[in-house]
Write a protein that binds this ligand. Sequence first.
Ligand SMILES: NC(=O)c1ccc[n+]([C@@H]2O[C@H](COP(=O)([O-])OP(=O)(O)OC[C@H]3O[C@@H](n4cnc5c(N)ncnc54)[C@H](OP(=O)(O)O)[C@@H]3O)[C@@H](O)[C@H]2O)c1
Length: 329
Amino acid sequence: MTIDCMQKIYIAGHRGMVGSAIVRELSNKGYNNLVYRTHQELDLANQVAVENFFAQVKPDQVYLAAAKVGGIYANNTYPAEFIYENLMVQNNVIHQAFLSGVKKLLFLGSSCIYPKLAPQPMSEDALLMGKLEPTNEPYAIAKIAGIKMCESYNRQYGKSHGVDYRSVMPTNLFGPGDNYHPENSHVIPALIRRFHEAKVTNAPEVVIWGTGSQRREFLYVDDMAKASIFVMELNKIQYDEVTSPLQSYLNVGFGGADITITELAATIAKVVNYQGKISFDSTKPDGPSQKWMNSSKLNQLGWKAQQDLQSGLNKTYIDFCKKLDTVSE
Ligand SMILES: NC(=O)c1ccc[n+]([C@@H]2O[C@H](COP(=O)([O-])OP(=O)(O)OC[C@H]3O[C@@H](n4cnc5c(N)ncnc54)[C@H](OP(=O)(O)O)[C@@H]3O)[C@@H](O)[C@H]2O)c1
């Protein structure tokens, strides 16, 4: 496949975990006309600022990886911020991209869009077939709106304006650049921090929220970046073969088996070399009992995850330690 390396590509959220991995991967592939702005330089929730940015910069393609993201505690504590900021960011970026003539855009959704009791592994046709998990419903509703916005623009402006806006639904992601905040982070960075701190302070026990029996799937962020670019680069005939106008998104999962939080915790403790006791607080919420994506459509198109959990965790722990060094310098 030939790559037009001069395509001007805007990566929204380039300093985030996924956005920075997309930048790394695009650069590795030879794309050298990448455009980005920090949150401070451009607040994507500000309609006028986004309008001015697109009118001036006029990118050819957009990767929309900017969003308000967090784990179960953050979603449950700040539901208004999760729905407001995500809707604003995606509405502004998708609409202004369209007005400035962007033909190709990739929206990053999430596996949270699927109903709490969706059959496992969850396939694309489970969308809107049941009630969502209440703890992250506002975030999920925003993500569903993002998918439907892309679909609606394709349906209305696909033929007339050549609009081709695609969406990918990642499973739980982890890797360098993750958010290790003690409360607002996802399970892997949160456990890395907890086990590391317990090791340093010689704490005899680490107590983890929930029963530990929930099953989850995890994908290394560089694999996610590769999948994003793979989907963006697919020709329209291939993309249309596995999607439809009202189901235009693709799942991106690890593809192998999911694991329990108990198994995950044991693996992270090993990576961090924490040798104390691990116990569970079952009075705290578990979230859905299982979340496992069916990624067969993407696999059928030729994409497969490459990084296994253990080596991905090793790289993530190195990243966490580097961040600690920077803070303590
Ligand atoms: N992480 C996961 O496990 C996971 C799983 C499924 C889907 N996803 C999706 O993947 C995408 C990227 O997630 P991520 O993990 O890379 O998140 P992240 O590390 O938190 O990065 C998000 C980025 O978006 C920026 N941003 C947020 N609001 C903004 C605004 N109003 N204006 C400008 N920039 C703004 C953030 O900047 P600041 O930090 O400066 O605010 C940050 O750089 C999101 O759409 C997320 O929903 C992530």
